[in-house]
Design a protein around this ligand. Structure first.
Ligand code: PA5
Length: 446
């Protein structure tokens, strides 16, 4: 059976196999903490067994809800930020037709839009303009129910939907995904009678893509959430044992061996534009999990070959504190062959008859050799194809590795205390009730 594969051969010029293996006992301990709930942040381990434990009834309920939204709406706006946004966005982008928003044929059209992931006035204004007199629905996703960005977007779009349809009809097109009992969104959903799904207390935002948070928007976009979960389930099984066959363990130990050897920045590299948002999701997962106590590998991402023409110089010859993890997709979904041209003014006839993907693969291989030669260790994660089951594997693979890696760094991988600092300042500057002292203090600094 095809599956994702991790290859660490091209890091061995920087760290030895022995240096990587020396981290195996600590990684095995980290793995055990994840399984037994004995490590830091153990209140947030609900994601560990989630693929195996997701009841079929919940999947069916998500599919039914997605069907209602698909049938009644031209557009569905998924409102959320951070972990309540990036997973769904990453999977939908990876699986969608590159021009899905411009397609009129239903099979290739994606109807999911996103809001609440920024506070751009123009973004929201233009979105409202697009939705004027259109049939649209809302999936509002917030674990806390009080995050400012999604709350503003929801207030605007809810008002618009209600004025277009009336309150009663509008409430049939709003689905809320939030805490089971507490929070402003739970209270509103109960009062207005919205369809709801629960984000479990023990699953943090950045680990929530395989809960309704990710699964509902992905299903609305027309993708197979059962296959996604099947892939995750396979990876759950493959990452139980602390042995050489555990890909998450290998990735976690290798990146930590590199970190200890002075490689402080990891660049996640793709050669497929559909993976851009997978890089964004991965950045949140690793950045929020590891960047604390003044420690942590800085997660960056590039989209090649595009970024070889912007960041390529730095990666090839800049400060040698980086390593790369390349996401390599084995097979393209479509076939496009480069044509021959009689005049051959561009000199491309030597490629005539070759697939575009074959050229892309040589760009990838040539870059890997150049970067390794230039002192940039490379790990490679091969994905058979951009399909639901392999994305499910990849998501769980990275989540499990992130937990192990956080414990190797000796941080709590499941909290994010640093995210609050900007919020406190923003509320003080906006003169939010309850922040009077902070407002006075911050204004004195301006
Ligand atoms: O990982 C996290 O927990 C955060 O990034 C949250 O996902 C993000 O801040 C959104 O929070 P909420 O879902 O409570 O609105």
């Amino acid at each position: 059976m095809k599956t994702i594969n991790v290859n660490v051969k091209e890091v061995l010029g920087t760290v030895t196999a022995e240096q990587i293996q020396a981290l195996n006992p600590a990684a095995a301990e980290g793995l055990e903490k994840l399984h037994k709930g004995t490590g830091l942040g153990s209140d947030f381990l609900g994601w560990v067994n989630l693929p195996e434990e997701t009841p079929d009834g919940l999947v069916a309920e998500i599919e039914a809800s997605a069907k209602v939204l698909r049938e009644s709406c031209d557009y569905v706006v998924a409102i959320g930020i951070g972990g309540s946004y990036l997973g769904a966005k990453a999977v939908i982008e990876a699986l969608s037709d590159s021009f899905s928003m411009l397609r009129s044929d239903d099979a290739r059209r994606c109807r999911v839009l996103f809001a609440g992931q920024n506070i751009g006035e123009d973004y929201l204004n233009e979105l409202q303009d697009l939705l004027r007199d259109k049939k649209f629905g809302i999936i509002v996703i917030s674990k806390s129910g009080t995050t400012t960005e999604p709350a503003i977007a929801f207030r605007l779009l809810k008002e618009q939907l209600e004025s277009q349809l009336g309150k009663a009809e509008a409430s049939k097109r709003i689905v809320a995904i939030t805490d089971e009992h507490k929070g402003a969104l739970r209270q509103l959903a109960t009062e207005e009678g919205y369809k709801t799904f629960v984000i479990a207390d023990n699953v943090g935002g950045r680990f929530s893509v395989l809960t309704p948070v990710g699964l509902l928007p992905i299903a609305v976009a027309g993708f197979d959430i059962r296959a996604l979960l099947d892939g995750a389930r396979r990876m759950q099984k493959a990452t139980v044992a602390a042995n050489d066959e555990n890909p998450s363990l290998l990735y976690a130990t290798t990146r930590n061996a590199l970190y200890r050897a002075g490689k402080k920045i990891e660049i996640l590299v793709n050669y497929n534009p559909k993976l851009h948002f997978f890089g964004e999701w991965w950045k949140q997962l690793y950045g929020e999990s590891e960047g604390k106590d003044h420690k942590g590998i800085f997660p960056a991402a590039v989209d090649n070959s595009t970024d070889l023409h912007s960041m390529g110089q730095w990666i090839q010859e800049g400060e040698r504190t980086i390593f790369e993890t390349v996401l390599s997709v084995e097979s393209a979904q479509h076939t496009t062959v480069i044509p021959s041209d009689e005049a051959n003014l561009d000199g491309l006839n030597y490629l005539a008859g070759k697939r575009v993907d074959a050229v892309n693969k040589m760009a990838e291989l040539g870059t890997r050799i150049a970067h390794v030669d230039g002192g940039v260790p490379n790990m490679r994660i091969t994905i058979p194809a951009l399909k639901e089951e392999y994305l499910g594997e990849l998501i769980y693979f990275f989540e499990k590795a992130c937990g192990i890696s956080g414990y190797l760094l000796d941080v709590n991988p499941f909290n994010q205390p640093g995210v609050e600092a900007y919020k406190r300042n923003m509320f003080a500057l906006l003169e939010k009730p309850g922040y009077e002292a902070e407002t006075a203090a911050i204004k004195a600094r301006l």
